[in-house]
Design a protein around this ligand. Structure first.
Ligand code: F0G
Length: 442
């Protein structure tokens, strides 16, 4: 166990007890980190993490808690709520590599988590802290994945879950999950940013426990994405890691995980961390492009990658810090680039939801700009499962994907056609063997 774990403000350095129910600094209002005074031997950690892979203990079966020395904020392991999250594979993706113009690309697929997204990594630690603080009701604003994950973990923990989602703006796969897992699902008349504002205010005025990524305990589990990745690569860091950016919690967490591994001597250099946003939801990319020092206001966010349709990301300062630690970048990509990249990832037999595909689209751009070299080692994080948003995928392959459209069994009105450059259209054929043989060349 580390000597001490505490909450520390990223701006004024004020520190607080981990048992204080705080989301932001009580002194200056800025974001908080869970901070540790680690005193570990590097080889002991490497050996222990590896040995736990052979164990059937529930904490060792988790791709988060297997690394529990690095998340030692909890007093009582009985508070831990785990669904064997993490443990996600790394896939080689030759077609995607070729598309981006590099020799070797690997995807770490966080979509293979219990609820189909990387949010489970953070929810196990967030709900654990909720239990440690004896919370009764947990809440979040969400574009769909956080709510699905929180609903599942709250159900496992016996807590009441209240999710705040923008009405009509989240993918059906995700909505179905929070309904099925028994969460009170509040469809807010407004976008994610409005829902976030509401739930933030309510968390200060009532005793509901906020589980958005502004809560630093969420990010502790999510940082295990980086730790697990490095362990899977035998602690040989890749040259570049790419991650989608929405509310910017994940990039913040991955940056923290990488930095802690570096400071502990588990790796001897930091990979470059690149955050990729959708062009219609790109405040951090604008900030980097225009060399601004604060996040610009972009008005309302627009993108079919609804998971990252966010104008006012809460964790932007931590994401900036992560990019600086890891000498990375932040860029944005268009709807057409996202859709095509998603189809290419699919053609590797991997697949993902639209928000995850910004990574491949962004990689192509970074290669073209000579920021990534064709011989370098790249890992992109796929954040959500293909099955989260099947409508998007089917519409693309049917050449019916539009930036703005109203669908009702068929398209009623549509604008901004997205070209199905890599479509794999379904084939209409008579229920007739000869016709089928002819079609398949058999
Ligand atoms: N990819 C997916 C599939 C997501 O669901 C999200 C965020 C992101 C990327 C971006 O991660 O916000 O940490 O920068 N989804 C949140 C939600 C906002 O409510 O499910 P981020």
């Amino acid at each position: 166990m580390p000597a001490r774990s505490y909450l520390k403000c990223i701006s004024c350095n004020a520190d607080f007890d981990v048992h204080d129910k705080l989301y932001t600094c009580a002194r200056c209002g800025d974001l908080l980190d869970v901070t540790y005074e680690f005193a570990y031997d590097r080889d002991y950690l490497k050996r222990t993490f590896r040995e736990r892979r052979l164990s059937n203990h529930p904490l060792d079966r988790s791709g988060v808690w297997r690394f529990r020395e690095l998340l030692a904020f909890y007093d009582d392991p009985k508070h831990i709520v785990t669904m064997s999250e993490g443990n996600t594979p790394i896939f080689l993706a030759p077609r995607s590599a070729r598309y981006a113009g590099i020799h070797k690309l690997q995807f770490k697929h966080q979509g293979l988590n219990p609820t189909g997204s990387f949010k489970d990594n953070g929810m196990t630690s967030g709900v654990t802290q909720a239990r440690a603080l004896s919370a009764r009701v947990v809440a979040c604003a969400s574009t769909g994945n956080t709510s699905a994950s929180m609903a599942a973990y709250a159900a496992q923990a016996g807590l009441l879950a209240a999710v705040f989602i923008p009405a009509g703006q989240i993918a059906f796969g995700k909505l179905s999950q929070s309904l099925d897992y028994g969460a009170k699902t509040l469809q807010i008349d407004g976008d994610f940013d409005a829902a976030m504002q509401l739930v933030l205010e309510l968390s200060k005025e009532t005793d509901l426990y906020l589980l958005n990524s502004v809560n630093p305990f969420r990010l502790e589990g999510q940082k295990a994405i980086a730790i697990e990745l490095l362990e899977q690569l035998d602690w040989q860091p890749p040259d570049h890691i790419l991650v989608p950016g929405g509310n910017l919690g994940n990039s913040s967490a991955i940056g923290k995980g990488l930095k802690e591994c570096y400071d502990l001597g588990l790796i001897d250099r930091l990979p470059k961390l690149h955050v990729i946003q959708a062009a219609g939801a790109n405040p951090l990319a604008i900030m980097y492009n225009s060399k601004l020092t604060t996040l610009p206001k972009i008005g309302t966010a627009h993108t079919l990658a609804t998971a990252i349709k966010i104008a006012n990301p809460v964790s932007w300062k931590k994401a900036v810090r992560a990019i600086e630690w890891c000498q990375g970048s932040c860029i944005d990509v268009t709807e057409q680039e996202i859709a095509d990249a998603k189809a290419i990832i699919g053609s590797d037999g991997i697949g993902c939801e639209p928000a995850s595909a910004v990574t491949l689209a962004g990689l192509k751009r970074l290669v073209e700009a000579s920021i990534v070299d064709k011989d370098e080692n790249v890992v992109a994080i796929l954040t959500g499962s293909l099955m989260k948003d099947p409508d998007y995928t089917v519409n693309y392959h049917m050449d019916k994907l539009y930036e703005k459209a109203i669908y009702h069994t068929e398209t009623i009105s549509a604008q901004g056609h997205i070209k199905a450059s890599f479509a794999n259209k379904p084939l209409q054929v008579a229920a007739d063997k000869i016709a089928i043989r002819k079609l398949l060349g058999l």
